[in-house]
Write a protein of this length. Sequence first.
Length: 136
Amino acid sequence: DSPALIAVQQLLPIFTTIAHQVYRKVHEFNPGYCSISGNVKNHILQYSSTRDIELFQIYISWCVLENSLRPIQQELFPMCVILYPRLHISWKLIQDMLDAMSEEFEKRLLPQNFAVFSPYLQVLSEIFSDQVVQTV
């Protein structure tokens, strides 16, 4: 088995756990935040946010398995650029989510498996940094 496959196999069963924990952390950092769907405390928004966090994990896993940044660069980022501004989702919220996700990966994955994901998490943080998103 490849290190990439082993790392993804460890992550898959804890996708939802990580997503819930990341949502809680982002909520703590942004308690009064409102998007077009409402306040961050809204149960519907909580459900959709958790789903989005899981989606980011899927894209990171896809990148790891392909050993390529293509899924993030050509699929995830363009989709976010189109959707998030229209939904009034701030880039700061996404940056907070990525920081919290990276912390959760490091906390919950074996060190060798976190090392497999780490470069992709770093690239995600760079792609969604203020320097990049403010130019789109």
